[in-house]
Design a protein around this ligand. Structure first.
Ligand code: SF4
Length: 494
């Protein structure tokens, strides 16, 4: 096993995005790694998408299926529960992270296991499951290569699909050499790195009695759970251990098998730029022939999702199929990396999903982690209008601030209130213009204001402001001499 592995990472301090981003921007190596990785994935994805003449129709279909499913979520969830139970599985309903962790740790300890293998860990990251397992004496081994890297490094994931995107190959080699056995002479060739991880994991697959998985999709009509992955480690988790516990957010549901045909075309192209992902695994209940687990548990997780569903604009965040195309295209994410979001879901999808899951009072800086350029909307394979939700959530953040006295008295709120009054009256507006023209005299340089005093200095820290014009349009209009009236034209008859 690994040498002196640090305790599993917990979530960092809740810095506002702006502060965390400032720190990330100072890390030159991180910016280099991120820029290189996202540029490469972006170009490959664009090429893979170009091959599909019906791409727009697939996007529409993907969105329509999610819309319909979420409209009738109660019905489909019950259908899924019945189907899983019919196939010999057990369904557990978890309202929040604490309940889900309690169910899962109870199941693991109930089987006397002190170790578990894991695959597709994003939803379990949301729960802080590894930490909950550690508290009851259970060690969790991540089996996805990128997740394993993160675990060995004692860090948090910085990308939905490529959690170690912020690390380059040389950094990974150094990490493996420090943490894994028999890695003297290891090179930084991807093949060698993968082989070292495989050797490390093989023993676990063969000896650990319980596996925990996430889920990409759950099919209501048959009770089938599906994951897509690239390395085959998931398949090992799903077939070798005798007990399988799958954790699925309730939004991952699709009504029928046929619905999968849309997502299994759009997901691989959007995420890894592949026509088809290397491993697509399906499992339904238990496997009586021994080719799979003989005990299967499905934990259906709410953890704030029904609250998101109640918001008519924000609910589209639940359509997400976690392809990560929006991360790879986002100019903000590319420069700050994923850790700045302090969220399990970074990038544009994190900026709209996390504040809704944990409340804008806990993640109010995230809706501002965007330039609103709209690139994320253009690439999203389920047509989530991310800019629309960002603007909607910014409104929620402001409304939330205004609920408190300190929020109402904040300089920005006061300035907006004053401006509202000024704009409401043409006379007041003109008076303000005159005052501004007088007050700006010492600030205008080369025709622009480069620095405003006091609180307003934040505005000019990153941009220049045009001064109030020496003559406004209204003033020009008033000064304008009326055109001389022409005498009426005389009627002439032929
Ligand atoms: S929001 Fe859209 S583009 Fe972003 S991860 Fe989800 S499905 Fe992919």
């Amino acid at each position: 096993m690994s040498r002196d592995v640090d305790p599993l990472p917990t979530h960092g301090p809740a810095f506002p995005f702006q502060d965390a981003a400032r720190l990330s921007l100072g890390d030159v190596q991180l910016r280099h790694n991120m820029g290189k990785a996202t540029t490469t994935i972006r170009a490959k994805r664009a090429k893979a998408v170009e091959e599909m003449p019906d791409w727009e129709a697939l996007r529409e279909a993907g969105r329509a299926i999610k819309e319909r499913t979420l409209r009738h979520l109660d019905h489909y969830l019950v259908e899924l529960e019945k189907a899983v139970t019919r196939a010999g599985g057990h369904v557990h309903w978890a309202a929040d992270a604490a309940e889900a962790n309690q169910i899962i740790t109870g199941l693991v300890k109930g089987h006397g296991a002190n170790e578990v293998v894991k695959i597709k860990s994003l939803t379990t990251d949301e729960l802080g499951l590894n930490e909950a397992l550690a508290e009851v004496g259970v060690t969790a081994y991540e089996t996805d290569l990128a997740e394993l890297i993160i675990q060995l490094a004692g860090e948090r994931s910085s990308h939905i699909l490529v959690p170690a995107i912020h690390k380059n190959r040389a950094e990974i080699r150094e990490l493996f050499r420090r943490r894994l056995e028999n890695t003297e002479g290891l090179t930084d060739e991807p093949r060698d790195l993968a082989a070292a991880a495989r050797t490390h994991l093989r023993k676990k697959f063969l000896n650990v009695p319980v596996a925990i998985s996430g889920a990409n999709f759950g099919v209501a009509e048959s009770g089938t759970i599906c994951i897509v992955e690239s390395e085959g480690n998931g398949r090992m988790c799903l077939t070798l251990p005798r007990v399988l516990i799958s954790v699925m957010g309730i939004e991952k549901l699709v009504p029928t098998w046929q619905d999968l045909e849309v997502y299994l075309q759009t997901l691989p192209r959007s995420s890894t730029a592949e026509r088809m992902n290397p491993y697509t695994s399906f499992w339904t209940g238990v496997a009586p022939d021994g080719d799979g687990p003989d005990e299967f548990h499905l934990v259906l997780l709410d953890n704030g999702r029904t609250q998101v569903l109640a918001d008519q604009v924000g609910r589209q965040a639940l359509y997400c199929i976690r392809c990560s195309a929006c991360l790879n295209i986002c100019p903000v994410y590319e420069r700050t990396g994923g850790h700045a979001y302090n969220s399990v879901y970074p990038g544009p999808i994190g900026a709209i999903l996390t504040p809704q899951l944990v409340g804008v009072h806990n993640a109010g800086s995230l809706p501002y982690a965007s330039s609103l350029c709209g690139a994320c909307y253009d690439v999203c394979p389920v047509k989530i209008n991310i800019p629309e939700v960002l603007v909607h959530l910014r409104g929620e953040v402001v409304r939330h601030k205004q609920e408190s006295m300190s929020g109402r008295l904040a300089p920005e709120a006061m300035a907006m209130k004053t401006l509202g009054k000024v704009f409401a009256s043409p006379k007041r507006y003109e008076r303000m213009q005159k005052l501004g023209r007088f007050g700006q005299r010492l600030m205008v340089k080369h025709g622009m204001i480069e620095s405003l005093p006091g609180y307003l200095g934040g505005w000019t820290a990153v941009r220049d402001v045009y001064p109030v014009a020496q003559q406004t349009f209204r003033e020009w209009w008033r000064d304008r001499k009326p055109e001389p009236k022409l005498p009426p034209r005389e009627e002439t008859r032929p």
